[in-house]
Ligand binder design. Structure first.
Ligand code: BGC
Length: 746
């Protein structure tokens, strides 16, 4: 009878949930949280705001309800032990939320996030995040600190590897896809994990690309460039946000009321939870923004940061701050309610424990296939004189370079739970290919690691280069040269790699360079010496099979750069969406350093904005990427020529695959506001679609572009679409010239 009553209750509960609208459901979870809140003591409430690092706490603290979340506890046995204490021995039985940095895969490692952005394929990225969530959940992780959607325009910054590039729109779409992938169709599903969008905000705007550094950014740019991906992910239902380490115009993000309370909570109505970054609350003391830890706890609380990661200022000082009236009971209650609501949404109260047997095996074929597809679609073909795809006639191939067989480094940064033992390296896959195709494969690493200053076995490098019909060079950076706090002032190839390139190219044999790196590298010199260049980033577990398929033409490259590649580090910041300036450079006005006459007079007439030595153009523009086939963009048309503020512009772009391969193309849509009350960018990405065209196939790609998306924050900080003329452009790269014009009327 008791069981029967329980079944009826569960059915009624499920029916109530299923028959609710999303808003009502939200209320249901909040109401539950509220009900529980009423039973909680102050200590138990503060306990929910505490996140401890695995291993750094006692069972008795869990029993007392002193912990809300644990990060980095990865033993399922230990998690279940902790959870049992929380559920069965603590007074109220509130589950612990286990968290981890699952950044680009869990056991099956996907390409680094920057590479994933290069796929321009949100559906694929969503699948990748789904795989990561399923594997992480099978290890008891219910909360990942991803996606990282910091916009950056500085490849020196080590964390560029973790972000989705320089563009606000691309980052918004890819970030939202990751949120969908992690959180799944149903939050309470056992494979769903909470996403955490980070780092709020402007972390990627660090001065000089030095990690943790100051971000000086005008509020307009903050709102127009940095914040839109966060707003987009909040709208996608991301359950949590993480504040950033940096200060923004002098105010550390973790104590930034304007950012977290005013914008996120009040303007955007965000009801999810906000966690600090690792000890970023007490770092406000180091910033010189708070005199002591108690003051930093107050600042974070006032900014509405709900949970403190790793440091202990909340558990030590919140009670005192409440007693003396510096904070209110309501502030604490709001934070607790937001955290409990997430736990209810994830279904943790009903299913707090993990049984790995309930999940598919990690690293299964399906998961590996997603990783391989992502690696294929993220590789960007930068140059090809026709050597690629490799011809069947090639019978002797020399594979050379420190990244050809680097199972750890191909995985990239932030791979806590990935293992090099599961990596398939290019050398392994190419050897297999060679075996089955009657190809002789010669191999020499050339450098022990990417940073080695000496070439190992130079004679062998020379001799196999001479013997080969084709040389494939695997160059780049080890994974540890990018990632958190791993910034570089010089972004050339490290070590003696250029020397290795020279040694190899001296053979006169055709050379293909494959780059594996966590950032854009300044490799113009190297690319000039090679016949083809493929940028593979750090491609993850399946680097080998993916690159072999690409090189031998089983599939055509379709990746496009999510970030501008500078020719020289001194050009940074260099990005496609820059303003025109009053004196824009052209090839005609670029006064090259070698052409300046001796003792030439300094004039102010006819000058333009460029460098004497490196001009004004990047090595490769944003959105760039070649294919084995060719695409001809035939026309761009809009459904009307004049629109009102509430209209949607229908843009049709016709393209045809004019080459000899079936291939995918990323059709990109850019807009230029010709005159505005704040000087506009030369163009801004407003849409993209990845389409597949067979040889000779024609397609018309339609974009529906709301006029409301063409605005910006004016000087009064009001979002406006100003009437006037706009150019609409489409193409396979940001340097497209195919355009049409429209007018937005008053
Ligand atoms: C990073 C975060 C990360 C956290 C927890 C910090 O150092 O900035 O991105 O989620 O550590 O590992």
């Amino acid at each position: 009878m008791r069981n029967f009553t329980i079944i009826i209750k569960v059915l009624l509960f499920s029916f109530t949930i299923l028959s609710c609208s999303p808003g009502e459901k939200e209320n249901t979870f909040e109401k539950k949280a509220d009900k529980l809140l009423q039973k909680m003591t102050l200590d138990e409430k503060i306990g929910q705001l505490v996140q401890k690092n695995g291993g750094s706490f006692s069972d008795s603290l869990v029993k007392a309800g002193g912990i809300g979340s644990v990060l980095n506890e990865i033993s399922v046995e230990r998690q279940n032990h902790i959870q049992r204490i929380a559920m069965e021995d603590s007074r109220l039985g509130i589950p612990i939320l286990f968290a981890r940095d699952v950044i680009h895969g869990f056991n099956t490692i996907m390409p680094i996030p920057l590479a994933q952005a290069a796929t321009w394929n949100p559906a694929l990225i969503e699948q990748g995040a789904r795989v990561a969530a399923t594997e992480a959940a099978s290890s008891g992780i219910k909360w990942t600190f991803s996606p990282m959607i910091d916009i950056t325009r500085d490849p020196r910054w080590g964390r560029i590897a973790e972000c989705l590039g320089e563009d606000s729109y691309l980052t918004s779409e890819m970030g939202a896809a990751m949120v969908r992938g992690y959180q799944g169709d149903k939050l309470s599903d056992k494979t769903s994990i909470a996403a955490c969008v980070k780092h709020f905000a402007a972390y990627g705007w660090a001065e000089g690309g030095r990690d943790y550094n100051t971000a000086n950014i005008p509020e307009n740019d903050l709102r127009d460039i940095v914040l839109p991906p966060f707003k987009r992910c909040a709208a996608e239902g991301a359950l949590s946000f993480m504040t950033s380490f940096n200060d923004i115009n002098g105010v550390p993000a973790t104590g930034n009321e304007f950012l977290v309370k005013d914008i996120l909570r009040n303007e955007w109505d965000y009801t999810g939870m906000v966690v600090s970054d690792w000890v970023s609350i007490i770092q406000m003391v180091t910033h010189g923004f708070a005199p002591d830890e108690k003051a930093s706890a107050l600042l974070a609380m006032n900014a509405t940061v709900d949970m403190e990661m790793a440091s202990t200022s909340y558990e030590t000082y919140l009670k005192e701050l409440l007693d003396e009236g510096s904070i209110s009971q309501k502030q604490i209650d709001n934070a607790v309610r937001r955290i409990l609501t997430v736990k209810y949404k994830l279904g943790l109260f009903e299913s707090p424990y993990t049984n790995p047997d309930d999940f598919p095996e990690p690293l299964n074929n399906e998961h590996l296939a997603v990783s391989k597809k992502a690696a294929i679609e993220s590789a960007v073909l930068l140059k090809n004189d026709g050597i690629l795809p490799v011809s069947e006639k090639i019978k002797t191939v020399a594979v050379i370079g420190p990244l050809a067989d680097a199972p750890h480094d191909q995985l990239g940064t932030w791979i806590f739970d990935g293992s090099k033992n599961n990596s398939v390296t290019p050398l392994e896959s190419l050897s297999e290919k060679a075996k089955s195709n009657g190809i002789t494969l010669l191999y020499e690493r050339g450098l022990k690691i990417s940073r080695s200053k000496e070439i190992s076995f130079p004679e062998k490098v020379k001799s196999i280069s001479k013997q080969a019909d084709l040389i494939i060079l695997f160059l780049g950076e080890e994974s540890i040269l990018s990632g958190e706090s791993h910034c570089r002032a010089d972004i050339d190839l490290p070590g003696a790699q250029e020397e290795l390139v020279n040694m190899v190219t001296a053979s006169g044999k055709p050379v293909i360079a494959v780059f594996m790196a966590g950032r854009p590298l300044t490799v113009e010199n190297v690319i000039e010496k090679t016949n083809a260049a493929l940028y593979a980033w750090h491609p993850g577990t399946m680097a080998g099979p993916a690159l072999t398929d690409l090189l031998w033409g089983a599939v055509s490259p379709s990746g496009k750069l999510p970030v501008t590649f500078p020719r020289h580090v001194g050009q940074i910041p260099i990005y496609y969406s820059h303003r025109t300036t009053g004196k824009p450079a052209t090839n005609e006005t670029w006064e090259h350093i070698d052409d300046i006459p001796v003792e030439a007079p300094q004039l102010s007439i006819g000058n333009t904005s460029h460098y004497l030595d490196y001009g004004f153009e990047p090595m490769f523009p944003f959105g760039y990427g070649l294919s084995y086939t060719t695409f001809e963009y035939q026309s761009i048309e809009t459904d009307k020529t004049a629109y009102s503020a509430t209209d949607t512009i229908q843009v049709s772009v016709k393209l045809i695959n004019t080459g000899n391969y079936n291939a995918a193309e990323v059709v990109q849509l850019y807009v230029h506001d010709k005159v505005a009350s704040r000087a506009p960018a030369v163009k801004q990405l407003k849409g993209f679609k990845k389409v597949f065209l067979k040889q000779g196939e024609k397609k018309t790609v339609i974009f529906n572009l709301p006029v409301s998306s063409l605005g910006f924050h004016n000087l009064a900080m009001k979002y406006m679409v100003e009437p006037g003329e706009f150019e609409i452009m489409a193409g396979g790269s940001s340097d497209t010239t195919l355009e049409t014009g429209i007018v937005i009327e008053n």
